[in-house]
Design a protein around this ligand. Structure first.
Ligand code: ZN
Length: 236
């Protein structure tokens, strides 16, 4: 059975109207042409397939007109850039099969959040780059994404253990005990929106009562770091 027959048999079993071959072909081609990849990827086929599958599962393929896949610059990290009209997406993906599914799912969750009206993403709420708040903002959103992936049994960018370890880099001024309790709370949180993530990146204990009382019980306060260097060098 070829692909068109296969689609038609699905349509027939679901009592949909018979769809002519030409229309299926157009649909399939449109779907395929939405993903572009630059030359030089060793794993281009697997990467495109993974992005196509996950974008379909998250429903972002219906919101975007084009996804173009590029090599990341020097520092290898997966990043995404949505156009200002939210119609096209540039994805920088490391050319590797190592945890490809987890990396793609994580990155496309950032995109799905950004395209979800309820998440209320606003560029103006992103803390200035190079500040301690920016480092914390990235961490908090990443934890929010990886925790949802792990809880739903899907591969994630980082494991729960790795994210728990990473909290020390972001809050070196807090005691190990308070950091652990904060992480447990963050990992177990329900739905968040961007305003909450942004507010927490400036003040971890500012919006949730649970975190506020944890900090009070430990008698600790967070420090605001104007630069990432100050954060990195804290206590050294
Ligand atoms: Zn991320």
């Amino acid at each position: 059975m070829n692909l068109n027959d296969c689609f038609n048999s699905i349509a027939v079993t679901q009592e949909a109207t018979f769809i002519p071959r030409e229309i299926w072909t157009t649909l399939i081609e449109r779907h395929r042409s939405m993903i572009k990849i630059v030359e030089g990827f060793e794993n281009s086929e697997q990467i495109c397939k993974m992005i196509e599958d996950v974008a379909g599962e998250l429903g972002i393929n219906q919101k975007l007109e084009e996804i173009s896949i590029k090599h990341p610059p020097d520092t290898p990290i997966d990043m995404n850039y949505l156009s200002s009209d939210n119609k096209s997406l540039e994805l920088e993906i490391v050319d590797s099969l190592d945890n490809l599914e987890g990396r793609v799912r994580h990155e496309l969750m950032h995109v799905a959040d950004q395209l979800d009206g309820k998440f209320k993403h606003k560029n103006s709420l992103v803390p200035p780059e190079g500040t301690g708040a920016f480092r914390r903002y990235k961490y908090l959103w990443n934890v929010y994404i990886d925790s949802r992936l792990v809880k739903s049994g899907k591969p994630s960018y980082d494991t729960q253990e790795a994210r728990e370890k990473e909290i020390e880099e972001c809050y070196p001024e807090l005691s190990a005990c308070l950091r652990k309790r904060c992480f447990t709370f963050l990992w177990g949180m329900g739905l968040l929106d961007f305003e909450q993530i942004s507010a927490m990146s400036y003040g971890l204990f500012s919006i949730f009562e649970e975190l506020k009382s944890l900090a009070q019980a430990h008698g600790e306060k967070q420090i605001t770091f104007d630069t990432i260097e100050e954060l990195k060098n804290y206590g050294k």
